[in-house]
Design a protein around this ligand. Structure first.
Ligand code: NAG
Ligand code: NAG
Ligand code: NAG
Ligand code: ZN
Length: 571
């Protein structure tokens, strides 16, 4: 259409009579106008073709997504999944899984040596008898003994697989807290609405829902186009390297770097923000680093003490660290920035002040955004600490030890500073920050400063690191092309209601997915079952963990539809 206008314009430039000068002037004017319109129209057209429904919007919502292909069996399945009969069976399956106490302990020994791992054999047996079709139709590999990797090969080997993750292990229940549970922690008690017990919502619900979905699809005769993989680690609560660490390695070797289309693991579910209900699949995770600080100063008898000893100096440094926290900062890739855009665009009670700052920021240059004072982040931080730390590096001194005797000066005082690193920052920035603070204290007390990887000397402050995890790469969300985020969004809006909007979420904690960054670019930490009557995360990691059955059953329906939608998506 734009091209035709251009031709008309040039046709009109032809002149043949004595009014030629006037006509020429008019023609030039017209041509200019036409060419300009032509340019604008072409630009618009380019936008529209790339992105017909998302033009200009920062938080475009995809329509509820239903698979276009079906069979009688699949239609029957959809109905069956909403029946009481299925609900009852589902309760049995999840409650049975909760009754097997697959606790992972911080001090547990190697797999194959420490007998506390043996319970995972019982869990695998339970899954095998509860999901016979999954076990007869899918290939099952045991990775590092207890890692479970199921593969359901698709008919089109050119399509990248869908991976569904969950972990088999649960946080231990200390003996001292058993009494506080309304229903015993490994009872799987069903009270008519909730299933109670450790692991019921973190995250045996997700694991069992994925298996129920695949079992049902097999029963309905479904044959996937895209390979479906279930990958279940067994030590997520104590780092995940034995389970997820090994499973991810197998997947990268088998499918290549980023050879998997999408990963869905446990994570965030639904929040109510600014008068709007949002599903917030986690598309990013903050980083993590523990810095250990060791202050070495001369010992001696405490009856003739120096003005400051090791404990005093350590205390001074701790005070300095707490007095110099990190500023809130919203990197362009921080999912919370997208959530703010979503709020501004769709939520009825989004704060006006934030909206103004957001607009102002959108007009700024990239350089100002990166290096200027982040007024938007400072304002958003006022929403409370739980929000502020979604875009601020946190600092907490969590461990301290020093001194051996009441009448002896401490020779070695140690403390550990835990950091959760902001998206857009990295561990290096943390090292620089804490090194500068330690240098001030070292200088004042005439101590050597030994920053990272050095060897401790008698009068010194030494810094060392023993766990580093950089912030996760952010999963693509609102892109001009179709992405797995769109499939996930459309599936959620179809299962739950199109009044539910979908926005990017960010996790302050870490999941097993941090081993999977090379497996796929499209990682979602998403609790797929949403129980409308359950607020928050269902007391995970504490007493009275429980899961609403309706949310669990809807989670099964979600997985079934997601697998089918992924099969039809041209990704
Ligand atoms: C489901 O279980 C409830 C109570 O446990 C029972 O009353 C009901 O009849 C069962 N429904 C079906 C269809 O099995
Ligand atoms: C310590 O040394 C290791 C290996 O040489 C290196 O990768 C790491 O970056 C160093 N750490 C710091 C904080 O300099
Ligand atoms: C991803 O692959 C690179 C290159 O092989 C490797 O250095 C890195 O550790 C891997 N990342 C993860 C999270 O496994
Ligand atoms: Zn978990």
């Amino acid at each position: 259409m734009a091209k035709e206008w251009g031709n008309q314009g040039s046709v009109k430039v032809r002149r043949q009579n004595e009014y030629s000068r006037l006509i020429k002037f008019a023609a030039v004017l017209l041509t200019t106008v036409f060419l300009f319109r032509n340019y604008i129209t072409e630009t618009l057209a380019a936008h529209w073709t790339q992105n017909p429904t998302k033009f200009e919007a920062k938080c475009p919502q995809v329509e509820p997504l239903y698979p276009s292909q079906s069979t009688k069996e699949l239609v029957d399945l959809e109905e069956y999944l909403t029946s009481d009969e299925f609900r009852n069976k589902s309760i049995e399956k999840l409650a049975g899984a909760v009754r097997i106490a697959t606790q992972s302990f911080d001090d547990i020994g190697p797999v194959g040596e420490d007998p506390r791992w043996d319970i995972f054999y019982s869990f695998a047996d339970y899954l095998s008898s509860t999901f016979p079709l999954v076990h007869s139709s899918l290939q099952l590999e045991k990775v590092n003994t207890h890692g479970l990797l199921f593969t359901w090969p698709g008919t089109d080997p050119n399509l990248k697989p869908t991976v569904l993750m969950a972990h088999q292990d649960v946080v231990p229940v200390p003996d001292s807290t058993v009494e506080q549970w309304t229903h015993p922690p490994f009872s799987g008690y069903y009270d008519g609405k909730f299933i109670w017990g450790r692991g019921s919502s973190d995250c045996k619900n997700q694991l069992i829902a994925a298996l129920e979905a695949i079992e049902s699809l097999i029963e309905a005769g479904y044959i996937p186009k895209r390979t479906v993989i279930l990958s279940f680690g067994f030590d997520e609560e104590i780092s995940g390297h034995r389970g997820a660490g090994h499973l991810a390695e197998v997947l990268v070797k088998r499918y290549g770097r980023h050879g998997v289309a999408v990963i869905v693991d446990e994570g965030m579910s639904v929040i109510d923000n600014w008068g709007q209900v949002w599903a917030v699949p986690g598309v990013g995770e903050k980083g993590y680093v523990d810095v250990e600080v060791t202050v070495r100063m001369p010992g001696g008898h405490s009856s003739i003490p120096p003005e400051h000893n090791g404990i005093g100096v350590a205390g001074e440094l701790i005070t300095l660290i707490e007095a110099n926290p990190y500023d809130p900062y919203l990197d362009e890739t921080n999912p919370y920035l997208s959530l703010l855009h979503c709020g501004a665009e769709h939520a009825p009670s989004f704060p006006n002040k934030l909206k103004k700052l957001l607009d102002k920021r959108d007009r700024q240059s990239t350089c100002t955004k990166k290096h200027g004072k982040d007024d938007l982040a400072l304002e958003a931080a006022k929403l409370g600490p739980a929000i502020k730390y979604l875009f601020t590096t946190s600092v907490a001194i969590d461990l301290i030890s020093g001194g051996a005797k009441a009448n002896a000066l401490p020779e070695r005082t140690q403390f550990t500073v835990n950091h959760r690193i902001n998206v857009g920052s990295d561990s290096k920035a943390v090292f620089t920050h804490i090194t500068a603070l330690a240098a001030q204290v070292a200088k004042k007390h005439d101590l050597a400063l030994i920053p990272f990887n050095g060897t401790e000397t008698p009068s010194s402050i030494t810094l060392s690191v023993y766990k580093i995890l950089e912030p996760a790469p952010t999963t693509p969300t609102f892109e001009p092309r179709l992405t797995p985020f769109d499939v996930l969004s459309g599936t959620s809006r179809a299962i739950y209601s199109n009044e539910l909007l979908v926005a990017p979420g960010i996790m302050t904690g870490n999941t097993d997915t941090h081993y999977y960054w090379n497996v796929s670019e499209h990682i979602f930490r998403y609790g797929v079952g949403w129980d409308k009557e359950q607020v928050g995360l269902g007391d995970i990691h504490t007493v009275n963990e429980r899961i609403g059955v309706q949310g669990h059953v809807d989670g099964v329906r979600w997985f079934v539809q997601f697998v089918r939608n992924m099969d039809e998506a041209e990704l």
